[in-house]
Design a protein around this ligand. Structure first.
Ligand code: HEC
Ligand code: HEC
Length: 402
């Protein structure tokens, strides 16, 4: 935790305007959802209806919660801008399509493509790509790159890039360049353009002039050399028939939920009003309840593609974009805990829905599944899926609540 906050601070010192957004990126779910995010929410609760929506509505119901209603990013989880001019002029439609379909496993960017267990058919992915593209230019032709030296690049990377982008293993506050799904789709020319031109209006400065062309090639060579673990096999898709209640004959858990202090909003005028309430249960308490065989329902609020990588044993997949199964949740005092990766956003939406239905004992797993996994608590995982690193910033963005 301390390191996490530290790396947020480093970013804060390096880049004041965006850092404010980064620090509040994972704001507590009590401040969400805003009405804009919830738009098209009803259609979104049915996966097949979802696919009939147009690009704007798809984006609004699935993506705005993290990338922001206007797609400029940083609404949650340090999700990057999708409409920055230097991004749109260098990213190809195919690269966008594959980024959305395959996601960035190990970060909160889930795989949204139906072939990966996500909710979107190829046609729907194309509609979202079209909507993103409508915010800027088509790809321009990018200058070719030379052959760099990864060894020289390593030093440059450590000096100039690591504080934001993290290491091969550990994500920083900015896009994880070592993610195999990123390296798969990002060409050297795309990388070179981002490094040379930066991303105007974000902490990503233009390195042209500060690094020579040769040095940029060296950094690219180093980034390319990040380990590429083979893509993991997935668990079978959820059937929707998994039993809801864990330990149906057990006693009720003794949860002591906590409320979250409201984040300062002075620097963030568009922050939703803060409503303190007691809706967070810690990972320790939930682990203890499972150990003691208490009666509980655990909901995985992420897209099913993430559940198919790793989930808490007994957790049912009820994704934020397809919440029909919430109707089956008994309103008889049974405790319901929802989690996501963020750790508060998608689960916060689901808990809001449950509370609207009059279910009072509904809370959010405070630190989210990545922290649960990091601690070595039990999980059901696909082969090859490893726990996030124990040290460092890890995969969870900083939260003012911690
Ligand atoms: C729970 C938060 C969350 C949601 C919801 C989400 N994303 Fe993301 N997205 C992220 C994060 C975080 C990253 C950066 C991942 C990394 O570090 O590699 C990302 C990365 C991306 C990228 C790659 C950008 C780049 O610079 O390479 C694209 C494209 C993208 N998201 C599109 C979408 C679309 C379209 C949707 C909706 C269908 C969506 N995302 C939903 C969090 C989210
Ligand atoms: C002060 C923090 C910071 C530093 C230092 C930094 N970056 Fe970035 N970088 C970012 C952020 C934030 C983004 C995403 C901006 C956005 O939302 O469009 C980014 C984006 C990128 C992208 C584009 C990723 C994508 O999919 O769009 C590349 C490539 C990149 N940086 C490489 C580098 C390299 C190489 C260095 C070192 C020479 C570096 N960055 C230094 C913060 C930083």
């Amino acid at each position: 935790m301390r390191l996490r906050r530290l790396s947020a601070l480093v970013l804060a010192l390096a880049a004041p305007p965006m850092a404010v957004a980064a620090l509040v990126a994972c704001k507590p779910a009590s401040t969400s959802p805003s009405s804009g995010d919830a738009a098209a929410g009803d259609a979104a609760s049915d996966a097949s209806a979802l696919n009939t929506l147009d690009g704007a509505a798809l984006y609004g119901s699935l993506c705005a919660i993290c990338h922001g209603a206007d797609a400029t990013g940083y609404k949650a989880d340090n999700a990057p801008s999708l409409v920055n001019p230097t991004f749109l002029e260098s990213v190809t439609d195919d690269q966008l399509r594959r980024s959305i379909t395959d996601g960035r496993p190990g970060t909160s960017m889930a795989a949204y493509g139906a072939i990966r267990g996500g909710p979107l058919k190829p046609d729907a992915v194309n509609k979202v790509v079209g909507w993103i593209r409508s915010h800027g230019s088509k790809p321009i032709s990018l200058p070719p790159r030379g052959t760099g030296d990864a060894k020289r690049g390593a030093q440059l990377y450590a000096d100039s890039c690591e504080r934001c982008h993290g290491t091969a293993k550990v994500r920083g506050n900015a896009v994880h360049l070592a993610n195999p799904r990123f390296l798969e789709v990002a060409s050297d020319e795309f990388l070179g353009w981002a490094i040379a031109k930066g991303r105007p209006g974000t902490p990503m400065e233009a390195w042209q002039g500060k690094l020579t062309d040769g040095q940029i090639d060296d950094v690219i060579a180093y980034v390319r050399a990040f380990n590429k673990p083979p893509p993991v096999e997935l668990l079978p898709a959820p059937t929707g028939k998994e039993p809801l209640v864990i330990n149906p004959h057990g006693q009720a858990p003794n949860f002591k939920p906590r409320s979250t202090p409201c984040p300062k909003t002075a620097n963030q005028p568009d922050a939703a009003p803060c409503i303190p309430d007691e809706r967070f249960v810690s990972v320790e308490q939930v682990k203890e309840a499972l150990d003691q065989k208490r009666k509980i329902i655990i909901i995985d609020a992420r897209p099913p593609s993430d559940w198919m990588r790793v989930h808490i044993p007994g957790a049912v997949s009820i994704p934020y974009h397809d919440t029909k199964r919430l109707e089956e949740i008994p309103n008889d005092g049974t405790w319901v805990i929802a989690y996501c990766a963020c750790p508060h956003h998608l689960s916060g939406d689901v808990v809001d829905l449950l509370r609207k239905r009059g279910i009072k004992h509904a809370s959010i797993l405070d630190e989210g599944i990545l922290e649960w996994h990091r601690r070595g608590y039990p999980v059901v995982a696909a082969p090859g899926v490893e726990a996030p690193p124990k040290e460092g910033y890890g995969l969870v963005p900083p939260s003012p609540a911690h």
